[in-house]
Design a protein around this ligand. Structure first.
Ligand code: HEM
Length: 402
């Protein structure tokens, strides 16, 4: 299907706001055709109900090798196709179900809650260091990046000496403005380092203190999972837990600081923090181009006939601004009930780490509000540089004073 005359996806966004086209399409035609980087047409889905419908429908494949898979950039498709084996976020059932099920035990409510003291300790340590150095601090670099990296790496079993290596490569890997070579090379280096870590740990598989230890002992040694598959899975956990949480914390804090209520909005206690965190997830929906799918069969979505082999983009950040679901959706309101948002996606590929991400955000914001209630931006909002050329939305620096 040629798409020469269609609007070209992705569209330009501005600051917090998603591209203006999303609201226009949602209003006029929530399933609409756009042109992708390779010139092919794809269906862009922008309403909350239809995005959910696509994301939970097994007729839409998430595997980039499926014909019709939409190309956000040419480099991105090359990167995804080069990944062998694919991480399970890009697998369809039954293989996806099988691999995901092996790790659900790691993310249960009880398991995540056991991590709370450690999460609190990491938050405390980073805020101590910020206070000792004095204002201004860069919230993104001094807190939002090292915090989830330290928590996730400890839980997975990634040595501390490797943190910077993985932070830098994760950032390059999700960049869309570097051309195809740099993200592919970053991904290759990550996979190689992860394999080296796994091989080193194979010598001591009785150590089940972290996820790597349990994965090796329970799946790799008995032969249910190859070392390659274990490396792919570990890479997914690292990628999924680094950039996402760091940028959610940063944009979340920024939106609180420019709200007249400031961090004081969280002073009312635990339920105020919970509400604000859900609203941050809804409002920012930082994973910009998720929900890329290819139709395995003909399907009707919202009265539109989608053909086998068509590309589909079910955008959670458009769904999260749907006025039919969230009144006055472009207003950040930390007191609103944002239940039903799709910030962690929906359906079988819904974020496996959402319990951990929520706990990290709740602990961080409660402690920030307690220790630094008068926190403010140390620069004007117009001086902040938003990162547009990345799969994950954010700012690279957030100068704060308190
Ligand atoms: C605030 C932080 C986070 C946000 C906003 C977020 C968001 C998302 C989204 C939107 C997806 C679906 C992507 C797609 O379909 O293309 C996803 C999947 C996933 N996330 Fe998260 N995530 C966060 C933190 C984490 C953390 C901390 C972990 C674990 C360490 C994690 C692990 C995963 C995994 C494993 C998947 C793939 C699930 C599957 O395909 O079955 N995420 N996440």
């Amino acid at each position: 299907m040629s798409g020469a005359l269609l609007p070209r996806f992705p569209f330009q966004r501005s600051g917090f706001a998603p591209p203006a086209e999303y609201a226009v399409f949602r209003d006029r035609a929530p399933v609409t055709r756009v042109r992708m980087a390779d010139g092919a047409a794809a269906w862009l889905v922008t309403s909350h109900d239809l995005v959910r419908q696509v994301l939970s429908d097994p007729r839409f494949s998430t595997n980039p090798l499926t014909p019709g898979y939409p190309a956000v950039t040419l480099g991105r498709v090359d990167l995804l196709k080069a990944e062998v084996p694919q991480t399970f976020i890009r697998l369809d059932p039954p293989k996806h179900t099988e691999v995901r099920r092996m790790f659900t035990r790691e993310f249960t409510f009880a398991r995540v809650n056991e991590m709370k003291p450690r999460i609190e300790a990491v938050v405390g340590r980073l805020l101590d260091a910020i206070e000792q150095r004095g204002a201004p601090a860069d919230f993104f670099g001094d807190f939002a990046v090292p915090f989830p990296t330290t928590v996730t790496s400890g839980f997975l079993g990634i040595p501390e000496a490797d943190h910077l290596f993985f932070q830098e490569r994760s950032r390059t890997r999700v960049a869309l403005d570097l051309g195809p070579d740099a993200p592919i090379e970053a991904a290759r280096q990550m996979r190689a380092r992860i394999e080296a870590i796994l091989i080193a740990r194979l010598a001591a598989t009785e150590d089940r203190a972290d996820l790597i230890g349990r994965m090796l002992a329970d799946y790799v040694v008995p032969g249910t999972m190859t070392l390659d598959e274990a490396a792919a899975t570990l890479e997914l956990f690292m990628m999924a837990g680094h950039e996402t949480t760091a940028n959610m914390l940063t944009l979340g804090l920024l939106s609180l600081l420019i709200d007249p209520r400031g961090l004081g909005a969280l002073a009312e206690g635990e339920s105020a923090v919970r509400n604000a965190v859900e609203e941050m997830l809804r409002y920012h929906s930082i994973v910009q181009y998720n929900g890329l799918r290819a139709a395995l069969e003909d399907a009707d979505i919202g009265g539109v006939a989608i053909r086998k082999g068509d590309g589909v983009i079910a955008l959670i950040n458009a769904a999260n601004r749907d006025p039919a679901m969230f009144p006055d959706p472009d207003r950040f309101d930390p007191t609103r009930d944002a239940t039903g948002h799709l910030g962690f996606s929906y359906g079988p590929h819904q974020c496996l780490g959402q319990g951990l991400a929520r706990l990290e955000m709740r602990v961080a914001f409660a402690e920030l509000a307690r220790r630094m209630p008068r926190m403010r931006l140390a620069v004007g909002v117009d001086e902040l540089v938003f990162r547009y050329g990345s799969l994950v939305h954010g700012v690279d620096r957030l100068p704060i004073a308190w």
